[in-house]
Design a protein around this ligand. Structure first.
Ligand code: ADP
Ligand code: SF4
Ligand code: MG
Length: 343
């Protein structure tokens, strides 16, 4: 069985029951440019319930951003997207740009890593948020202004009335990210996708922004997809975690289950790379040797095999299916780690 075939064995069909907020099923994205085919997402499936936080974790290049941009219709024309992504039961894939524009911001909003580039440097903060409010609701200038100030208070921007009249360069990185979150919330979306939204920030500011997102989720009921390369972040803030490798899900579980009972060797390697208190500062972290696979030529077997200490011949020839091995706990591995084993 190839990786592609193995990914067909999917969680979603089995996890029946009520309708989730977001249901991604067998999502595939490839880029076809100058004769090269990059298989960026290779059969990704997950579901997210309303008001919950799902962390999508994986190394750089594992397809986290491409998969979430695919949902939003934000990929370049070279992208070929197949599969399904239903939001409140409605299919997102294959919609026109006009239809997607109605969904973006009003139903699903996204916050990116680099607020400096997402904000307009020549426009005052307040104007940018006011415009975002007016893009989603037909309200008077005054009402939009008041709502914009409210949003700045909601994201706990210090001195919001003063900041309202400032330009992005006058704000710190953390404050700019708060402004981006305020803009994202202007349309009162049900889902916020935060793509490495705190990666560029220092540790203290990162924790403040993460706490803010958690608080917003509680107050507004906004579900969050938390995209990060940092499994530690998922441990602290997510309800559920999906770990991606080479464009597919390799382990998926509620966060508490995943961290207590990690089974997939790749997830275990990521866990080993989380800094621990007992390690001396600046000590070298254990990292998995080797590189992620070439996405233009995926191997026949398990894509993690070249880097996996548990790999056997079977792993190199046949990709393991992604299946629910324990209630709520999915993984794709022929020789999973023992629970409670040394990590
Ligand atoms: N426009 C594009 N054309 C070709 N390949 C792309 C394009 N965008 C992303 N990719 C490739 O898709 C893969 C997944 O990228 P991405 O989703 O950005 O990874 P992550 O967010 O997990 O770091 C990478 O190999 C990347 O080079
Ligand atoms: S044990 Fe085999 S199937 Fe499991 S991750 Fe390692 S190489 Fe892949
Ligand atoms: Mg990314």
């Amino acid at each position: 069985m190839s990786v592609e075939e193995a990914a067909q064995t999917l969680p979603v069909s089995v996890l029946s029951g009520h309708q989730p907020l977001l249901e991604v099923e067998d999502l595939r994205v490839r880029f076809v440019t100058r004769g090269r085919r990059v298989h960026a997402v290779n059969g990704l499936s997950y579901r997210l319930e309303a008001g919950r936080t799902l962390a999508v974790i994986g190394e750089s290049g594992s397809g986290k951003s491409v998969s979430s941009r695919a949902l939003m219709g934000l990929l370049p024309p070279a992208a070929r997207v197949t599969g399904s992504a239903r939001f409140e039961g409605r299919e997102l894939l294959g919609r026109s740009e006009k239809q997607m524009r109605r969904i973006r911001g009003a139903e699903i909003a996204m916050v990116f890593q680099d607020p400096a580039r997402s904000l307009n440097p020549t426009m005052r903060i307040g104007t940018q948020i006011t415009e975002a409010v007016r893009a989603h609701a037909k309200v008077s200038r005054q009402a939009a202004h008041d709502r914009a100030v409210e949003l700045l208070q909601l994201v706990r921007l210090p001195a919001p009335e003063r900041r309202f009249h400032e330009y992005p360069h006058q704000l710190s990185g953390g404050m700019r990210q708060r402004v981006m979150i305020a803009i994202a919330l202007a349309g009162e979306p049900k889902l916020l996708i935060a793509d490495e939204a705190t990666t560029a920030l220092d540790v203290t500011t990162q924790a403040q922004i993460m706490r803010l997102l958690a608080e917003l989720r509680q107050r507004l009921g906004t579900a969050i997809v938390l995209i990060s390369h940092d499994l530690g972040l998922a441990a602290s803030y997510a309800d559920d975690v999906v770990v991606m490798y080479a464009g597919r899900a390799v382990e998926y579980a509620p966060a508490s289950t995943l961290f207590a009972r990690v089974r997939m060797p790749y997830t275990q390697a990521l866990l080993g790379a989380i800094p621990r208190l007992e390690r001396p500062p600046h000590a070298e972290l254990p990292v998995t040797p080797g590189q992620p696979p070439d996405l233009t030529a995926l191997p026949a077997g398990c894509p993690f095999a070249p880097r996996c200490p548990r790999a056997t011949d079977e792993c190199r020839t046949t990709a393991p299916p992604f299946t629910e091995h324990e209630p709520g706990h999915w993984w794709a591995c022929w020789h999973p780690c023992e629970v409670g084993g040394d990590r």
